[in-house]
Design a protein around this ligand. Structure first.
Ligand SMILES: *[C@@H]1O[C@H](CO)[C@@H](O)[C@H](O)[C@H]1NC(C)=O
Ligand SMILES: *[C@@H]1O[C@H](CO)[C@@H](O)[C@H](O)[C@H]1NC(C)=O
Ligand SMILES: *[C@@H]1O[C@H](CO)[C@@H](O)[C@H](O)[C@H]1NC(C)=O
Ligand SMILES: *[C@@H]1O[C@H](CO)[C@@H](O)[C@H](O)[C@H]1NC(C)=O
Ligand SMILES: *[C@@H]1O[C@H](CO)[C@@H](O)[C@H](O)[C@H]1NC(C)=O
Length: 610
């Protein structure tokens, strides 16, 4: 046992005697030392042990200690430290209080948040299906003229965006007058009127994008969530409600829109407890407000269960299509309320509900679209629930036409297989489309339009659109960037170019095979992820891991290894790692709030380690 742990225990008893201010200071240095020593799974567990002791003194004491540690580390400006910790403190306190050091939950925490434990193996869980899988297969395309469907995601409009304010600020997002020096006229780095890559966009970018989508005459659209901006240390319920209203009101010009809940769509962000936790933690106001926005936008009478936890099932009018929107934030590694002892297998029985909905669809001969925010194969998704979800997808693969996600801000896809040991074109069973973001923090703003078979609702093609917002005065012009069939289908052998052919799971598997064979095809895909923005080098292991991730709808097979956030300076030297740090923590969807703050503190601690 390390010396500081003994000190910690001693300090614990002293604090019990009541010397709180002084002991807070002692705890700050103890926890800061724990961060410095957390270089492996045992170190991470020791750190959790220290934090658990601190949590034992109560929520506000724990918050004071964490704020103190954040300040010494210099991970963020101190107002950001204080804001983030005050927002998410109650959830962290709840989960630390109940955590058992060394448990599956604690290891999942250290594996998924900081990469210091190996990811624990998926816990077996028996899903119950009403009947065995029938021999049905995907229906062939109807050959009828396709309909168009828009897909956009991660809008993150910042209603406080100020044209002319500083884009080169010290906060996670800029283009606001945080200080006098950031104000319009006082800065040499003024934001344009349509957005900047260091900022979430102004509302008028969304209005402009909606017009561009409407001009393409979609039959309907899907929106995979994340309304609220990344000023996560400031966002409160009032701001979130204003954001919901502004964003969803603006969508009325689009006609019917089926939407999904994002991890930013509450305040504080990310925290969506299951119904097994005390209801005081539940963002019921967010579920209720979104449900009424969704009912308004879909035109249907009610969206079943939407009021309960942000999921619903709806039949698209006069069609054979059932759209199921589910809450993937229950399975999100930054949802601190998920780290219960033990972790729940099926929070809110949502998986059971999904099975029922899919079963009804199968029995009625309907096709299904599953829409959600976080891709089930994403590194941000818990392995356990990704696997359970994938088992459901496997059971209903003939009914599920496709899955649609957002969250990553990048343009990606994920393929499901009946056997992950044998990932091949003839074992590929389901296709998940991941649309990039409108917020320009990781590439120009973007949306896509699918060509959809009007009978089978299969995806026949899509075209990605982007707009250049770098000219501060020019109105954005939305132009086609690439198309799946033209830019990938033409490369297959035999080529798939028929307008009526489906982009099947086998099609996409074959695209990944071409990527493996032809480096330039992979590089084109890699650049398209960020719409050509700050394209990093990706060859060798980076490329093969990325291809593995595309074939990894069951997250345990996505080849992702969390970088030990606590020690990556070793390879890079300080200067270089500052740059890496900036990149790693740029305000993407998954890089906001308490968890990345802890990782940043850990990174700062690692720089002081000898
Ligand atoms: C799953 O079912 C098997 C066989 O019916 C049983 O042995 C096992 O205990 C069950 N596991 C769980 C986690 O319920
Ligand atoms: C941004 O600010 C940093 C210092 O805070 C400065 O070194 C850099 O030149 C600025 N960049 C621009 C484009 O103004
Ligand atoms: C710009 O800076 C000056 C002083 O440096 C300050 O008086 C003024 O209020 C600032 N402008 C704004 C809009 O904040
Ligand atoms: C919601 O947004 C609409 C359109 O911008 C606006 O007219 C309305 O006043 C807003 N409602 C609330 C409650 O903020
Ligand atoms: C995928 O590749 C296999 C093997 O080359 C081929 O038989 C199959 O027709 C291809 N499928 C599609 C949709 O491209």
């Amino acid at each position: 046992m390390k010396g500081h742990v003994l000190v910690a225990v001693l300090v614990y008893w002293i604090s019990l005697a009541g010397a709180h201010t002084e002991s807070a200071n002692n705890w700050i240095s103890t926890i800061w030392d724990d961060f410095k020593e957390a270089v492996d799974c045992a170190g991470c567990q020791a750190l959790l042990g220290g934090l658990k002791l601190v949590a034992g003194f109560g929520e506000s004491f724990m918050e004071d200690v964490l704020i103190g540690v954040c300040d010494i580390s210099g991970a963020e400006d101190s107002d950001v430290c204080a804001g983030v910790i005050a927002n998410e403190g109650p959830a962290v306190h709840y989960s630390l209080s109940n955590l058992k050091i060394g448990s599956h939950t604690a290891k999942t925490f250290c594996a998924s948040l900081v990469g210091l434990c190996d990811y624990p193996a998926v816990r077996p869980y028996n899903l119950t299906f009403p009947s065995p899988k029938p021999p049905t297969t995907r229906p062939p395309p109807s050959g009828k003229p396709p309909i168009k469907v828009g897909h956009f995601s991660d809008t993150h409009v910042d209603l406080s965006y100020e044209t002319g304010s500083n884009y080169n600020c010290t906060k996670p997002i800029c283009c606001r007058s945080y200080t006098e020096n950031d104000a319009p006229g006082n800065t040499t780095a003024p934001c344009g009127s349509w957005g900047n890559s260091n900022c979430d966009p102004p509302h008028q970018l969304q209005e402009n994008m909606n017009e561009a989508i409407a001009d393409l005459n979609p039959a309907f659209s899907i929106y995979t969530g994340d309304v609220v901006a990344h000023d996560v240390w400031l966002v409160d319920k009032a701001e979130a409600l204003q954001d919901f209203n502004a964003t969803y009101s603006a969508m009325e010009t689009l006609g019917r829109v089926y939407a999904a809940l994002g991890n930013h769509d509450a305040a504080p962000l990310n925290l969506f407890p299951s119904n097994q936790l005390p209801s005081e933690y539940n963002p019921q106001w967010a579920y209720d407000t979104l449900a009424s926005d969704w009912v308004g936008l879909t035109g249907i009478q009610s969206v079943e269960s939407a009021n309960e936890h942000g999921s619903y099932s709806a039949i698209h009018p006069n069609s054979n299509l059932r759209i199921i929107s589910y809450n993937s934030i229950f399975y999100y590694k930054y949802n601190f309320f998920s780290y219960t002892e033990p972790m729940e297998y099926d929070p809110n029985s949502q998986l059971e509900w999904l099975i029922n909905e899919l079963h009804e669809a199968e029995s009625a001969g309907q096709r299904v679209w599953l829409i959600s925010h976080i891709p089930s194969g994403d590194p941000d998704h818990f392995h356990d629930h990704s696997h359970y979800f994938d088992e459901i997808v496997q059971r209903y693969e003939a009914t599920i036409a496709a899955l649609f996600f957002g969250h990553t801000h990048t343009d990606e896809f994920q393929i499901s297989y009946s056997s992950y040991k044998n990932r091949n074109w003839d074992t590929a069973t389901a296709m998940g489309y991941v649309a990039p973001s409108m917020t320009p923090t990781s590439g120009p703003p973007s949306f896509r339009v699918y060509d959809i078979d009007p009978v089978t609702f299969a995806v026949l093609d899509f075209t990605q659109y982007t707009a250049d917002i770098s000219d501060p005065k020019k109105k954005p012009e939305w132009v086609p960037y690439y198309s799946a069939k033209k830019d990938y289908g033409s490369l297959l052998d035999p080529p798939v170019t028929d307008a009526h052919a489906e982009l099947t799971p086998a099609f996409w598997h074959n695209v990944t095979v071409v990527m493996e064979r032809d480096e330039s095809v992979f590089q084109d895909y890699w650049a398209r992820r960020t719409r050509g923005f700050q394209v990093s080098d990706c060859t060798g292991d980076c490329a093969s891991n990325e291809i593995c991730a595309l074939r990894g709808a069951d997250a345990q097979y996505n080849c992702f290894v969390e970088q030990p956030g606590f020690s990556f300076e070793k390879r890079d030297g300080r200067e270089n790692s500052e740059a890496l740090w900036k990149k790693k923590f740029q305000p993407e969807c998954n890089h906001a709030g308490m968890a990345p703050l802890l990782a940043k503190i850990a990174y700062r601690a690692s720089l002081e380690r000898e």
